[in-house]
Design a protein around this ligand. Structure first.
Ligand code: NI
Length: 199
């Protein structure tokens, strides 16, 4: 069991998107040793238009994923994995709040987020906000993103290269694990069960 955590930590030093077209050059998530200190405060707006802070989620595990709704491939796959993991947890799934935070608040309005999250899981919460609110939340979990425009893009069209990692947050609000893109739901489930059992 301990080995699993070590493997995850090792992986997390190389958080990258495997898809160069959609997610651009390798974006690393550094300083993973201090994962537990990756914690709020943040203030964001849910897909129902409610302002929330990190304090609203204390007492629950959170599976947090940063991405954007126009993402052609990686984000939908990872959000599918998050949703699958919550369902596979069965009764324990209620202890876990799945969350999708946009790195593209300009396009991902409350309304757009509401339409998007329901494609994945009935309990998935979409979070957006001002550019500053989103940037500040991304900084907490050391998620990087930058806009990229492909040569044949329509005017105003753009993609966003971003770190692709699922973050597990503990009930005290501190980071517990980072899962790289390509992880399977059963690995996430085993990890969460381990933490639930230990508490
Ligand atoms: Ni993406």
């Amino acid at each position: 069991m301990k080995q699993l955590a070590v493997i995850i930590l090792l992986f997390s030093a190389f958080i990258i998107s495997p898809n160069a077209d959609a997610h651009g050059p390798k974006l690393k998530n550094k300083e993973t040793a201090s994962l537990a200190s990756n914690r709020g405060p943040f203030e964001l707006v849910t897909h129902t238009g409610k302002t929330v802070t990190d304090r609203d989620y204390l007492g629950k595990y959170m599976l947090v994923y940063f991405g954007y709704t126009h993402c052609p491939d990686v984000c939908p796959i990872d959000l599918q994995i998050v949703s699958e993991a919550v369902d596979m947890l069965g009764k324990d799934g209620a202890k876990v709040q799945p969350v999708f935070v946009t790195v593209d608040p300009k396009r991902d309005t409350v309304k757009v987020m509401a339409e998007y999250v329901k494609l994945f899981h009935p309990r998935l919460i979409g979070l957006t906000g001002t550019k500053a609110q989103v940037a500040s939340a991304a900084k907490i979990y050391r998620m990087q993103s930058r806009r990229s425009v492909s040569q044949n893009a329509e005017p105003g069209e753009y993609l966003i290269d971003h770190s692709a990692a699922i973050v597990l947050i503990g009930p005290d609000g501190g980071g517990l694990s980072l899962f790289p893109h390509g992880i399977t739901a059963d690995v996430i489930v085993a990890d969460i069960k381990r933490f639930i059992k230990a508490n």
